[in-house]
Design a protein around this ligand. Structure first.
Ligand code: SF4
Ligand code: F3S
Length: 116
């Protein structure tokens, strides 16, 4: 059992979720975070931390959202770990207007890179 980051995180990244995870299992891509389902201990602490309700238990995932579980599993093996809260993306207010299909189409598979 694991928690999953869904499309509401895309182009948003509030990152308040990362500060509470006892096993540091959040990973950061260019425009979304994911959870490593092999490390998540299913504690549920992160779920209420997300202001846009992007985090959900896999037991409550709707059938049409199941691809997010596969995405979290896949990308958490590719992307860097994130443990520190940072400012949300400038696009976070716009991101709330995306449809589910748009969230999926917009998700990036590129890891986040700090630009000095
Ligand atoms: Fe971390 Fe717990 Fe959230 Fe899993 S459910 S990502 S272990 S805070
Ligand atoms: Fe994303 Fe919500 Fe965390 S927007 S970064 S899942 S707090």
């Amino acid at each position: 059992m694991t928690y999953v980051v869904k499309g509401e995180c895309v182009d948003c990244k509030h990152t308040t979720c990362v500060k509470v995870c006892p096993v540091d299992c959040f990973y950061e891509g260019e425009n979304t975070l994911v959870i490593d389902p092999d490390v998540c201990i299913d504690c549920a602490i992160c779920e209420p931390e997300c202001p846009v309700n992007a985090i959900v238990s896999d037991r409550k995932l709707k059938p049409e959202d199941h691809h997010w579980l596969d995405f979290n599993k896949e990308m958490s093996k590719e992307w860097p770990n994130i443990r520190k809260v940072k400012d949300p993306m400038p696009s976070f207010e716009e991101a709330a207007k995306y449809t589910a299909d748009e969230q999926w189409a917009k998700v990036s598979r590129i890891p986040f890179k700090e630009i000095d």
